[in-house]
Design a binder for this molecule. Sequence first.
Ligand SMILES: [Zn+2]
Length: 290
Amino acid sequence: MLRYTSGAVLHGSNIREALMAASAILVAEGYPPITVVSGDREYDEQVAIFLARYVLVGQVNGRRVYDFRWWEGRQYARISPAGTVAAPSRTAPHVAKIASDLGYPYNDRNTAAHRRLQQIAPGLGLDWTGRFFGEDWHWETTRGVGRIDGGGTTASTSEEEELMGVLDDIRDMFNATNQAIEERTQAQHDVTRAFLLDQTQRQHDVTRGYLADLTQAQHDVTRGYLVDTITAAVAKTSPGVDPGVVRDAVESAVRDIEVEANVDIDAIAKRVNDEADERARQRLDQPAAS
Ligand SMILES: [Zn+2]
């Protein structure tokens, strides 16, 4: 799909067909379609524009002169502040109907789309000749003018084609938006996952410490209770025995039982935590709902 801005025309078949083919390839690859900003220029129009700004040097009559041009063997002076124009030429590329100035992004060598067009251009008989004179937007066919025919213009674009063009634009925007959302969602997911894992780890560290403390406290209480109970029972059944001696003996016996039972409170807490941790990771590693 080739677009034209108002007033732009391409009557030469080679430049037009090359740009149509290029645009189709670019659009299929996800780049924007090509817009013709300025195509053919008529020689008579070039002459009219030139003579509106330049007069023969002998006819300046004291007016301010901005610059000079040679045209058909005679020197002209610009007396208009409206800017410089090239001297008319029947062989100038736009007059010869072999050139087109393109709109964004094919008017900027720093865009990916422009670089891609540079890559596919040789195979289509296109050449970015503007690189030789600082015009990123100026492209030419290398195959001559071809047929001169009605050509493509804004005016010859049917309403249906206009509508299809608008729909294409909307679809391009939609696709670009979708892609941006997908990238952002993935990035957000990665950030959230890292945050959750980090939080879960911190939470588990806290929980493990708490579990270990709690178990230790419970254990201490139980041991104290056991020692007290056994000491009291011995005092009751053997009134003559020193309670301090009985308590020392009971505490020593309980410590022996602990060593034999190998009570490792921290190891128990770690195992509980590791299992919870693994379950959390498995949940987080499941694909995000889209
Ligand atoms: Zn040009």
